[in-house]
Ligand binder design. Structure first.
Ligand code: DON
Length: 573
């Protein structure tokens, strides 16, 4: 990325220009929406330099590891859904894996109880990272640019630094005690022990060197050699399990996407080990027979319908979903329209069902979560939906000393014990039990909606268990409520996940009379999100009759950046 672009991007952040806009961003020849202004600029510059949507997504993915460290990563994992302009659709699964020495009861004490914090705040929480393998595999198979071209912008951002935006400076300060437990983490996220302040230059030399090793040696620059040595040394120091062999054995997996349909649109989404695509398609199948458009956005009828679909789909998640390489997930049935209709036969438009009739209870989310989603469409019609994560915000909070990179705490997404909630209150059983080499179940839902053979909407979100319902709402907002991408992404959200039997919703998200109507139907448990903490972060892009449009989620300080070539600009004059 030319230095001038880094400077401009840096200046925009320093001035705290609000990147999230009411009007969607426009591009004739490409559009990139991510959680980080810098990463979106990197993606758009790659498109401008002749790269395709996969090149842009991979470059933005590496950039996010530098500029959005709570979720962008080298030490975590993700899922990428790719649809090329010729109609080929494929997914890359680079979810973390349990190390070979992991075992089913590794988080239980002698009494068989879950030891608090072991799967989230310890070296044992770290799964074998998949991001670097996945990004490089995607680039090699579907990209057009060299490894150097797509990694270089991230190296420049790490090596030269960028001006710290306010939200990031505050996030570092809020977590300073957690980082202080690990000297390498404190070294990265404090300025010699003092909190960084907004506007300071944030330079990451160790991370730049790690990226340079990947640029030079590809996957061997991460899974072997110095980076691997440093990561394994960190594990040995802190009692973690990941070995050199675990790293060498790690492979990303190409999987067929899950496909469904909704009112004449094709839904192309992520299969297991994410539960995202399966639940999304199941919920869309359940609500399709109802005239959601006439029922209206935000009406008690629509919210009731969607909550009941969510309740049933999440109950299936706990029982049936896990890594398909280890457990026979009944996928054809879960995504079948007849199955959804039979599952919804007991739906009563006037009365809430009881989750307690279906299964056991659980506890609420305790820690602030973080994952990140980006969406890209290029001028040829290639599209990428990409969600990546360290699991909770800043993952395990452990920087592997000498690498500058944070390690995930994804092991918490396994079911440590039957019917015992994880950090997102999600329950699981046999299908998602821990086993060596197994991938933990996810909710990430990168999705491409196709209309008349063209990608119409690219969407997805972070938010743990709320990812799937956020993605559902964005899609319903566009298809049923005819919203543009900014409206669809910005509209207030709610969420239900079967257990706990309660609905969370955003401030001003549900009017008092609607709430009364829903209470009268039996939806009695409501949790209002604190002001400023929204549900999801659905950076999305859309193809319209008036070119490509993108929106970063107004709940956070991301950005959509469009690209219009000189050819496009001349044509529109
Ligand atoms: O894979 C999953 O479902 C979770 N590890 C995602 C975590 C997440 O979304 C946190 N973000 N806000």
């Amino acid at each position: 990325m030319p230095r001038i672009i880094v400077l401009i991007a840096t200046l925009c952040c320093a001035l705290d220009l609000s990147a999230a806009q009411r009007e969607p961003r426009h591009g004739d020849d490409g559009i990139v929406a991510t959680r980080s202004y810098f990463a979106s600029v990197v993606g758009a510059s790659i498109l401008r330099g002749g790269g395709n949507a996969v090149d842009a997504a991979v470059a933005a993915g590496f950039a996010l590891a530098v500029t959005h460290p709570s979720a962008g990563n080298l030490g975590g994992g993700g899922f990428m859904v790719i649809r090329m302009a010729d109609g080929t659709a494929i997914t890359n699964d680079h979810r973390e894996k349990a190390p070979a020495a992991a075992s089913r009861d590794m988080y239980l004490d002698d009494e068989g109880e879950v030891v608090e914090g072991l799967s989230t705040r310890s070296h044992l929480a770290v799964g074998v990272p998949g991001t670097v393998a996945g990004l490089l595999d995607a680039l090699e198979k579907y990209g057009t640019m060299s490894r150097k071209e797509v990694i270089q912008p991230a190296i420049v951002l790490a090596r030269n630094g960028f001006v710290l935006p306010r939200d990031l400076a505050l996030a570092f300060e809020r977590r300073k005690d957690q980082f202080a437990r690990y000297p390498a983490s404190a070294e990265v996220f404090t300025n010699e022990g003092e909190p960084y302040t907004a506007g300071e230059l944030f330079v990451q030399h160790d991370l730049a060197r790690t990226l340079e090793r990947i640029r030079r040696r590809g996957r061997d620059g991460f899974y072997k050699g110095k980076t691997a040595d440093l990561l394994v040394a960190e594990m040995e120091r802190g009692g973690g399990l990941i070995t050199h062999q675990d790293l060498e054995d790690y492979m990303s997996v190409w999987r067929e996407p899950l496909r469904g349909t909704y009112r004449g649109h094709e839904i192309v989404s992520m299969p297991p080990p994410s539960s995202g695509g399966a639940l999304l398609i199941q919920m869309l199948n359940m609500i399709e027979p109802y005239d959601v458009s006439t029922m209206g956005f935000g009406s008690a009828d629509t919210i009731h319908l969607m909550i009941e679909a969510e309740r049933r789909a999440y109950a299936d998640r706990a029982e049936h979903l896990g890594d398909p390489d280890f457990y026979p997930v009944p996928m054809a049935r879960l995504t079948d329209k007849d199955y959804a209709r039979s599952r919804f036969e007991d739906f009563d438009p006037n009365k809430a069902s009881l989750s307690s009739d279906i299964g056991p209870g659980t506890t609420p989310v305790k820690e602030s979560p973080d994952t990140t989603h980006m969406s890209v469409i290029d001028g040829e019609g290639n599209a990428v939906a990409y969600t990546t994560t360290l699991n909770l915000s800043y993952g395990s909070k452990i920087v592997a000393a000498g690498t500058g990179m944070l390690l995930n705490n994804e092991m918490d997404d396994f079911s440590s014990k039957d019917n015992t909630p994880n950090a997102f209150g999600l329950l699981g059983r046999e299908a998602n039990a821990i086993a060596p080499g197994k991938r933990m179940l996810s909710s990430m839902t990168p999705t491409i909606v196709v209309k008349d053979g063209e990608p119409m909407l690219v969407t997805g979100s972070p938010g743990g268990s709320t990812i799937i319902t956020t993605t559902l709402q964005v899609i319903v907002n566009v298809i049923d409520h005819d919203m543009d991408v900014s409206q669809a992404v910005g509209a207030p959200r709610f969420h239900h996940q079967w257990q706990p039997n309660r609905i969370i919703y955003e401030p001003f998200g549900i009017s008092p009379d609607t709430l009364t109507g829903l209470r009268e139907r039996g939806h009695t448990e409501w949790v209002l999100m604190p002001f400023g903490r929204g549900i999801g972060d659905a950076n999305s892009v859309m193809r319209t009759g008036d070119g490509l449009k993108g929106a970063s989620d107004p709940r956070n300080a991301g950005a959509a950046v469009g690209y219009t070539s000189d050819r496009g600009r001349r044509a529109s004059r």
